[in-house]
Design a protein around this ligand. Structure first.
Ligand SMILES: [Zn+2]
Length: 288
């Protein structure tokens, strides 16, 4: 199945794509350089543009003309190499795939496919033969699966940091609802890396619809967050990154419209009950 690349893997992909595009450009530029030099020096091409060059060798021998011609056309070949490299990189970046039916295409990321899936940049997904095993347990995820330890679970959670998936936004653009495609346009336009969020910027946490309810996923570790990123199958989720917060954030009244789910897409998935939410809110309330 196709899974999301992690931020680190995407960075790696970019590095390789840039390197490959550059060497592709150099090969093409080099070939043009060699062939054109030989042809011009040999007088096999008498185009108006290069006639001067070829002529400048005068009656001299092929071997005399060759180095001159080679130097004169070098800038042109360098330009061709750069252009070819850019073209190659551009097409690599815009290559897409529908993870559902594996149709490959170009330049249509985010558009929906005939099969009902949606196209994603190939740079953000990779083929994985088997689902990754669950991340290592931690004290919170372990307590979460034990329904008998509800209170201990919430008390431990209240004292801990959690991870959400967030996108940084330049300024404070209004985002209504992630179900609305227009919201994604706003995100695409304003998004910045969560590590670069300044005082005038905002953070938008990820939520999604599941079985008719709007779920706010949060995680007990960065590994659980990355595990979800890889396995949730939501288009464009790659804009979001794990972001560390105090656990009280998820229990604030602003998030009452969401169902709070800890570590979704793992075997430690745990929905927070209403009483648990209120206890967490109480325990994490700022002291007055
Ligand atoms: Zn498809």
């Amino acid at each position: 199945m196709w899974v999301e690349r992690t931020a680190g893997e995407r960075e790696q992909w970019n590095k390789i794509a840039v390197r490959e595009a550059r060497s592709h450009g150099l090969v093409i530029g080099g070939m043009v350089w060699v062939v054109l030099s030989l042809m011009l020096a040999g007088g096999w091409v008498a185009s108006a543009q290069f006639a001067v060059v070829a002529e400048s060798g005068g009656s001299g021998s092929f071997w005399k003309r060759l180095p001159i011609v080679a130097i004169v056309i070098l800038p042109l070949c360098w330009w061709i190499s750069r252009r070819e490299g850019k073209r190659k990189l551009h097409s690599a970046i815009h290559r897409t795939i529908c993870p559902k039916c594996e149709t490959a295409a170009e330049g249509n990321a985010g558009l929906s496919c005939d099969c009902g899936g949606s196209f994603m940049p190939q740079s953000t997904v990779k083929w994985s033969d088997e689902p990754k095993p669950d991340p290592a347990e931690d004290s919170i995820s372990r307590l979460g699966v034990d329904k008998a330890k509800s209170e201990e679970f919430i008390r431990t959670l209240a004292a801990a940091d959690i991870w959400v998936l967030a996108v940084g936004l330049r300024g404070v653009p209004v985002i209504q609802d992630l179900k609305d495609p227009a919201a994604w346009d706003v995100i695409a336009e304003h998004h910045i890396d969560v590590s670069q969020v300044g005082d005038d910027d905002s953070i938008h946490p990820f939520n999604y619809e599941r079985d008719g309810r709007q779920v706010f996923p949060f995680f007990s570790s960065e590994n659980f967050a990355n595990h979800f990123l890889r396995n949730c199958g939501v288009a464009n989720i790659s804009l979001f990154k794990p972001y560390r917060l105090m656990s009280g954030f998820v229990a604030t009244p602003e998030n009452d419209l969401f169902e709070l789910v800890l570590n979704p897409k793992s075997s430690s998935e745990r929905t927070i009950e209403q009483t648990e939410r209120l206890l967490l809110r109480l325990l994490t309330k700022p002291k007055e």
